[in-house]
Write a protein that binds this ligand. Structure first.
Ligand SMILES: [Zn+2]
Length: 584
């Protein structure tokens, strides 16, 4: 999923194509371009590799890429631009990509903003909002202006930080490349990436090496690097193509453990650990663990060689909390008592429990998604297309769900060593009733339910709505329970304790939706569910085959929430999972 500038530009161009066509009221095309843009986002540099291999013919084999899209990509790689796009940009010179990042700002809104207020970009929009001009656009009003302000605020909160899901593959790639440089013994990332936080500010890398200057040269010349801030003998700092800053330090082998520990953080964890070290007669910093000359003083004596982090924690008489747990709450107490949880290992999930297909808004057939899942090493997946309340994605009616089940039966006969489960992501309506009939739900193997509308009900009403859904005996799981989209939509409000208690009582699982901008449930709620004995599932909400590679992100959230393998239902083989579900 590496992404150079060209891959990012293509993603942007096709989204803008979708917007232009939507504005002009062209039918079908906007959705096709949107799918193409999603494809570019998911495939990254694979696009160029595919084109180099066989031009338009090969490009058309990619999901979401038809004849007209393939021709445009071909023109882009041959000539460096797309004529039709350039013409549209000239006719309507607006930064649609930038503006569309605000929740609720669709193509027609952007058209109006330009038509009435000459808004071309975010700066113009902010000015117009400040002057309260937006509410004066015909049919807009005060409410629209408020909504837009809220969306802008959310987007700005997230500004400068990037989602873990898009940073992690990049960081892994850089670590792999640095590890291959001659003389490098170890290389890893620290900081918020290592702790697997939802969003990441910059990338901190550490290495040990025979010759640090070699490493510096290799680092600043990586293809992912856009420009260099500074380069010394043991430390260099660069700006990457995606706009993030990245630092690399080469440190001596005997302090690698202390450096990694220090720069992994988080701050609160380190403060508590340093205090504890002092009470044990040591002092700890990024330069190493030192024995104090005398307990009670702060004068440092001999360096305690710690080539690994584990050695540091061991010297202090405790187990090593996995980086995902280092938040400065109770993890050190547990480490001292040797009572840290046995976290779910990465690679434990055996099946994806939320997959959208081209029956609704996914961009690939059921069979295509199944093949991709199998290639990733999964042994099952649940098909969970949306239901009819989501009319704009062509949500399925009861009869469609039954028809889809027959198709799945056929595919299951054909596929070897892989099982497709008949499922749904059934809409929870405003009053808590469900969008499919009970007799339809009863025929499915996996009933996930979720909210896609009326996000701003009162806390009491939202709680009641979810409780009613949980009480339906056909329901197996609440999907993306908080309904948030990082940087775009705030979580819905309800009494989580009540939901967790009811989920326990009715044997309903909660989902960890691993899609990077959802990351829903959050870690604290995972932990509450684990404590209460509520089962969880990890799924990707895939709309494209490449999205299924998000599973480790869900495992990271589970780990941050202290979950073990046994807390996660889809770590079971499919037979065991189905018999668990059948017991309900
Ligand atoms: Zn959904």
């Amino acid at each position: 999923m590496a992404k150079t500038r060209t891959a990012q530009e293509l993603e942007k161009i096709f989204l803008e194509f979708a917007y232009y066509n939507d504005m002009k009221g062209v039918a079908f095309k906007p959705r096709a371009y949107e799918l193409a843009s999603e494809s570019m986002a998911a495939l990254g540099d694979e696009i160029k590799e595919t084109w180099s291999r066989g031009g338009i013919k090969e490009l058309k084999k990619l999901p979401g890429v038809g004849q007209s899209t393939a021709e445009k990509i071909d023109e882009y790689f041959r000539t460096g631009k797309i004529k039709e796009y350039a013409a549209l940009k000239k006719e309507f010179p607006v930064d649609m990509w930038g503006l569309s990042r605000i929740e609720g700002l669709g193509p027609k809104h952007i058209r109006d903003l330009y038509k009435y207020l000459k808004v071309k970009n975010l700066t113009d929009l902010k000015k117009a909002l400040k002057a309260h001009k937006v509410q004066k656009i015909p049919l807009w009003g005060e409410k629209s202006e408020e909504k837009l302000l809220r969306g802008l605020g959310l987007m700005e909160q997230a500004a400068g930080r990037k989602l873990l899901g898009y940073v992690l593959p990049l960081a892994d790639e850089i670590v792999t490349q640095i590890s291959k440089v001659k003389g490098v013994k170890r290389c890893t990332y620290a900081g918020s990436i290592r702790r697997k936080q939802e969003t990441i500010g910059d990338i901190d890398l550490f290495a040990t090496a025979a010759n640090s200057e070699h490493v510096m040269d290799a680092f600043v010349n990586l293809p992912q690097v856009a420009s260099m801030h500074e380069k010394g003998k043991t430390r260099a700092s660069v700006r990457l193509n995606n706009g993030m800053d990245c630092d690399l330090r080469v440190v001596p082998d005997e302090v690698f453990g202390a450096t990694l520990q220090y720069f992994t953080g988080d701050k609160r964890h380190n403060v508590l650990l340093r205090q504890y070290a002092l009470s044990k007669g040591y002092t700890l910093s990024e330069y190493g663990l030192f024995k104090l000359t005398k307990k009670g003083t702060r004068k440092r004596g001999k360096l305690v060689v710690c080539k690994t982090e584990e050695e540091i924690y061991k010297h202090l008489g405790m187990d090593t909390p996995p980086p995902e747990l280092r938040v400065g709450e109770d993890e050190l107490e547990a480490a001292k008592k040797h009572a840290l949880p046995n976290l779910i290992p990465y690679g434990s999930v055996k099946g994806d429990m939320q997959v959208q297909t081209d029956w609704t808004d996914g961009n690939t057939s059921i069979e295509g998604m199944a093949k991709a899942a199998k290639e990733l090493g999964l042994s099952y997946m649940a098909v969970t297309d949306h239901t009819k309340a989501l009319a704009f994605v062509g949500g399925l009616k009861d009869a469609d769900v039954i028809k889809q089940g027959k198709e799945i039966d056929k595919l299951n006969k054909k596929l070897r060593g892989f099982r497709i489960l008949k499922g749904t992501e059934c809409d929870i309506l405003k009053d808590g009733s469900l969008d499919l009939k009970n007799e339809t739900l009863a025929k499915l193997e996996w009933v996930g339910v979720s909210i896609h509308s009326s996000f701003r009900l009162s806390r009491a009403d939202q709680t009641r709505r979810l409780l009613r859904a949980i009480e339906n005996p056909n329901v197996d799981c609440i999907m993306h329970p908080m309904c948030r989209i990082i940087g775009k939509r705030e979580p819905i409000d309800y009494d989580m304790d009540e939901i967790i208690a009811s989920a326990k009582k009715h044997r309903v699982a909660l989902e960890i939706d691993a899609f990077p901008d959802r990351s829903d449930l959050r870690d604290i709620h995972v932990r509450a569910a684990v404590r209460a004995g509520v089962k969880l599932v990890i799924s990707t909400d895939a709309h494209h085959p490449a999205h299924m590679s998000f599973i480790p992100l869900g495992e990271a959230i589970a780990r941050r929430g202290w979950a073990s393998k046994s807390d996660i239902l889809n770590t079971k083989p499919v037979g065991e999972l189905l018999s668990y579900l059948a017991k309900k």
